[in-house]
Write a protein that binds this ligand. Structure first.
Ligand SMILES: [Zn+2]
Length: 430
């Protein structure tokens, strides 16, 4: 070790000189007119893959205009009601200026040209990247006029692997352990395919770009580490045995910090799968920020609590003003417990029940004050206090900070996924 230290010291001044010259050279490059400070965009993979491996992400909904920039040539195609595609504008030269897209008199106008179809696809050439309202995404862009004829939705069609590259860096810091990032990639791939197959057939899109599905930021979430995690797990998903014996993918939920024990999906989302029944997690405590693991007391006025409950669950109005909030069911994890079901009693004496996770997100829709259902609830004058809280998020499936904790201890992606999704198997999907 001492010889390495001596060598480092001897090289230090040479190293510093190199840093100074390197910095000056970089500055020189950066300030050159027309020079782009970032690396050239990597090509978008899978653009010729079969349609069943594409993901449709809802980027914008119910809008009247947006701005597009495409650095390459692009095509615009009509998608009529029978989904027959006809190219109406081929190989358009992209202008330097942003392209304005708007809806007027029930028709979409792109850069001043009005189209008759209520469904259009904008398809940029290689590297298949476009910028929508200054955010870059890969793949194609679909514009659909809503039934009200006054607004339209914008949907990103993107193959699964580049979609994941836009998710992993948004869901997990890219400087985390490579094995944790790989576990995140397999969980996110599985979750996306499950949601697409389950809900995508009933609507124009498969997933939202927010926590409602999983956070997708497009190209700005990408990095070399993120692409490594995606490429090193290419096409891999998690499966489990269903009650009828058939093996299939399941909703591989994950959340930030479980607080010491992951939750059972049955009590949070109402769906039941063998790998989602909950496990003890000794790994997240050393990774998560202390205020995320043990969250500070949150307080809400009784009037706020009552108003929010009535807004989201109008059937609760018959209870009258909420006078009691009682844990009706909880799971004991030893030194702490997770609320499962809440009993609400009103001034009329009537009572009703809510799932604890639904109650939490109704009172605090951001989830940033009442961070989890591992907490105690106490009346404090005219306020409700949420005390002794642990963890952040719904707690079902893989604990993201726990995955990082396991990876730091040398566990690999197979061990991490087997731990948080017991009974699951990693399979190659394509
Ligand atoms: Zn955990």
């Amino acid at each position: 070790m001492s010889s390495i230290v001596a060598k480092l010291t001897a090289n230090r001044s040479k190293f510093l000189t190199q840093i100074v010259f390197g910095t000056i050279f970089l500055l020189f490059l950066t300030i050159q007119p027309g020079c782009r400070p970032r690396e050239l965009a990597r090509p978008t993979p899978q653009m010729d893959i079969t349609q069943s491996y594409w993901v449709r992400v809802l980027l914008l909904s119910n809008i009247t205009n947006c701005t597009l920039k495409i650095a390459t040539h692009y095509n615009i195609t009509n998608l009529d009601t029978n989904s027959v595609v006809s190219t109406v504008e081929n190989n358009i030269v992209s202008p330097e200026e942003p392209i304005k897209i708007e809806i007027t008199a029930g028709k979409i106008t792109i850069a001043g040209r009005t189209f008759s179809s209520d469904k259009l696809i904008v398809y940029p050439n290689q590297p298949h990247i476009f910028s929508l309202n200054n955010n870059e995404y890969r793949g194609k862009l679909e514009l659909i006029i809503n039934p009200d004829s006054n607004t339209f939705d914008v949907i990103n069609h993107v193959p699964l692997e580049p979609y994941l590259a836009g998710v992993i860096g948004a869901e997990m810091p890219d400087y985390w352990e490579p094995e944790a990032l790989k576990a995140q990639a397999i969980a996110a791939r599985t979750y996306c395919l499950y949601i697409k197959n389950r809900f995508g057939t009933k609507r124009n899109w498969d997933v939202a770009k927010t926590q409602a599905s999983q956070v997708y930021l497009g190209v700005k979430a990408e990095s070399a580490q993120v692409w490594n995690a995606v490429n090193n797990t290419y096409g891999k998903v998690l499966t489990c045995k269903y009650s009828d014996g058939v093996e299939d993918i399941f909703p591989a939920y994950y959340s930030s910090v479980c607080g010491g024990h992951t939750a059972n999906s049955k009590y949070v989302f109402g769906d039941s799968f063998e790998p989602l029944t909950g496990v003890a997690c000794p790994y997240c405590k050393d990774v998560a920020k202390i205020t995320l693991f043990f969250w500070p007391m949150a307080q809400f006025d009784n009037s706020t609590v009552t108003t929010r409950l009535f807004q989201k669950y109008p059937q609760l109005k018959q209870l009258g003003e909420i006078t009691e909030i009682i844990p009706a069911e909880q799971i004991d994890y030893g030194t702490f417990s997770r609320l499962i079901k809440i009993k609400l009693v009103g001034s009329t004496g009537k009572s009703d029940f809510l799932r604890a996770e639904d109650f939490r997100l109704c009172i605090d829709p951001t989830g940033r004050q009442i961070q989890s259902t591992i907490c105690q609830i106490t009346k404090w004058d005219d306020k409700w206090a949420f005390l002794a809280g642990r963890g952040w998020g719904h707690g079902v499936g893989m604990c993201q900070c726990g995955a990082q904790g396991m990876a730091r201890q040398g566990k690999n992606v197979e061990q991490i996924l087997a731990y948080y999704y017991p009974g699951s198997r990693i399979k190659t999907f394509y």
